[in-house]
Design a protein around this ligand. Structure first.
Ligand code: DX5
Ligand code: ZN
Length: 215
């Protein structure tokens, strides 16, 4: 199966988010990646559940919600109710990762864990059977348009071995471009988040931009 592309609306026009989401949906996006930032876990602030709920009316594509908030447990239900289908928490942002994952599964949603570039894979070893997705950060989270960190390529190969035959998506996020995408695909990713590489030019170019990433 070909790699999934999850455009990050962080790089979209925030004054026209509904139209931007419809545009990437029609251009062939597999998932819609929602970057939620709190100005505490990461040095930037974006949006919360009300914006997600409003966007829900604009597409039926899977909402891939990347929570960069600490703590996260108290907000999981609100994001589930707002329409997120898949909720990813950072291992570094929750004291009881297993509990956070149980909450997400209890809400009937797919559960993911994100790891910063410097965070070892050991963090997920004992929660693998609760996971639908592992999100390996290929930049330090907080901003779009940053440079890809090449050390994560080896981490992708290692997480693929760790997962084995479990049906867990391997997603990467940050610095995905036409230069880095082929290496990531070869290493074994099943989904790639892309912000600036998708939302460049006008909406008529989004399909071409995504096709270029798929290779
Ligand atoms: C960064 C976010 C990413 C970001 C990626 O903290 O999690 O999703 O939007 O942006 P690009 O693709 O421009 O590196
Ligand atoms: Zn993200």
């Amino acid at each position: 199966m070909s790699v999934k592309i999850a455009p990050s609306i962080l790089s979209a026009d925030f004054a026209d988010l509904g139209a931007e989401v419809r545009a990437v949906d029609e251009a062939g996006a597999d998932w819609i990646h929602l970057d939620v930032m709190d100005g505490h876990f990461v040095p930037n602030i974006t949006f919360g559940p009300p914006v997600v709920a409003s966007l829900r009316r604009h597409t039926n594509k899977l909402f891939d919600c990347h929570l960069m908030i600490e703590p996260c447990d108290a907000y999981l239900e609100a994001f589930a109710k707002a329409g997120c289908d898949q909720i990813t928490v950072h291992a570094e942002a929750t004291r009881h990762l297993d509990r956070s994952l149980q909450i997400i599964k209890g809400l009937g949603k797919k559960a993911g864990v994100a790891l910063n570039p410097s965070t070892p894979l050991d963090m997920i070893e004992y929660v693998l059977d609760r996971l639908d997705l592992v999100l390996l950060m290929t930049v330090n989270p907080g901003f779009g348009g940053q440079a890809f960190i090449p050390a994560v390529l080896e981490k992708v190969r290692r997480v693929k071995r760790l997962i084995g035959y479990r049906p867990i998506e391997i997603e990467v996020d940050g610095g995905v471009t036409t230069q880095t995408a082929p290496k990531l695909i070869e290493a074994g990713v099943t989904a790639m988040v892309a912000g600036s590489a998708v939302f460049k030019g006008d909406a008529r170019q989004y399909a071409t931009n995504m096709a270029a990433l798929r290779g």
